[in-house]
Structures are given as C-alpha cells and as structure tokens.
Write a protein that binds this ligand. Sequence first.
Ligand SMILES: CC(C)(COP(=O)(O)OP(=O)(O)OC[C@H]1O[C@@H](n2cnc3c(N)ncnc32)[C@H](O)[C@@H]1OP(=O)(O)O)[C@@H](O)C(=O)NCCC(=O)NCCS
Length: 156
Amino acid sequence: MTQENRELRLRPARFDELAALTELCLRSKAVWGYDEAFMRACRAELALAPRDLQTSRIQIAERNGNVIGVAQVSVAGSAASLDKLFVEPDILRSGAGRRLFEWAAAAAREQGARTLVIEADPGAAPFYRRMGAHDDGFAPSGSIPGRMLPRLKLDL
Ligand SMILES: CC(C)(COP(=O)(O)OP(=O)(O)OC[C@H]1O[C@@H](n2cnc3c(N)ncnc32)[C@H](O)[C@@H]1OP(=O)(O)O)[C@@H](O)C(=O)NCCC(=O)NCCS
C-alpha cells in the first residue's frame, strides 16, 4: 500500500453530510464532460437522501480530514447493487476508487450477496473491469430516457 493510501480512511457517512456528499457526486460525475442539461437530469439520481441510510450502506473516504469520495451499496437477497461510487475530480487515479470499491464488495459479501451489479457510466467501465468485474450487457439509464449504460457484475 502506498503512503497516500495509508492516509486514506474509510468510515460510514453521517446524516448531516448527505447534502455535501450529493454535491461531491455531481462534481465527480461532471468529469466526463456532460453539459448542464445532462447534469440537471442526473441530479435526482445522484442525490443521497436520509432514507438511504436505512436502505443501504454509505461509506466515505477521507484523506487528511477531507472527504474525497463516497460509495453506496444496497443488497437484495443474493444480489447487491453498487448504487454510487464517486471520487473528487482533483484526486482521481490515486487509489480512492479502488479502496471504496473493495469496501463495497466486502460489505455486499458480508450481507450475503453473491454478486455485485454495477450500472456504470461508460467512462468508468474500464475501472470496473480493472477491479475484476465482467461485462453483462446494458441497462437503461435511470436519468436519461433512451440512454443505455454498460452493466457489469463482480462475483463475490
Ligand atoms: C471511476 C472512479 C470511481 C475511479 O476512481 P479512482 O480513484 O480514479 O480509481 P483508482 O485510482 O483507485 O484506480 C484503480 C485502478 O483502476 C485504474 N483506473 C481508474 N480509472 C480508470 C479509468 N477511467 N479507465 C481505466 N482505468 C482506470 C487505475 O489506473 C488503477 O489501476 P492500477 O490497478 O493499475 O493501479 C473515478 O474515476 C470517478 O469517480 N469518476 C467519476 C464519477 C464516476 O463515473 N463514477 C462511477 C459511476 S458508475
């Protein structure tokens, strides 16, 4: 593990952080160069609401006391869903995504899931393949009618 990653700490998100985490998700999603109309359409899907703390697990990554990433995973029977994985744009490719993804896979496994399903942004699909997930067709976007997203699965 690099020095940088030793300084990375993961912990559960708190209720009073959800609004700031939603903004982090939006900043992170925008790295792929989407226009304002697209980002507006994604806003509801990228928001974290208080009920999410009951229906899913939300973990944040901190480095030097700053929140730099968030992951959300929910489990239904033997299948888990990676609902969110977002890293701050200025620290991409420094290992936070991997740590959060590994947390999500472990959390899903602990809750009895055998598969972690990811409906990925096309820009992030190569990252999930790097993490060991395999392609499993496409899924309709929850935000943009007619848009199809790569679906990937990780065997747990
Ligand atoms: C996808 C995302 C979470 C990856 O996080 P990250 O912190 O940059 O990833 P890491 O630094 O932990 O990378 C882990 C490995 O994946 C590789 N990787 C990361 N992003 C990649 C990409 N877009 N394409 C190909 N490889 C990628 C890294 O090079 C690294 O490889 P290594 O094992 O050889 O070291 C991040 O790019 C992100 O937040 N993107 C914007 C929001 C988004 O699309 N989220 C996903 C929604 S489905």
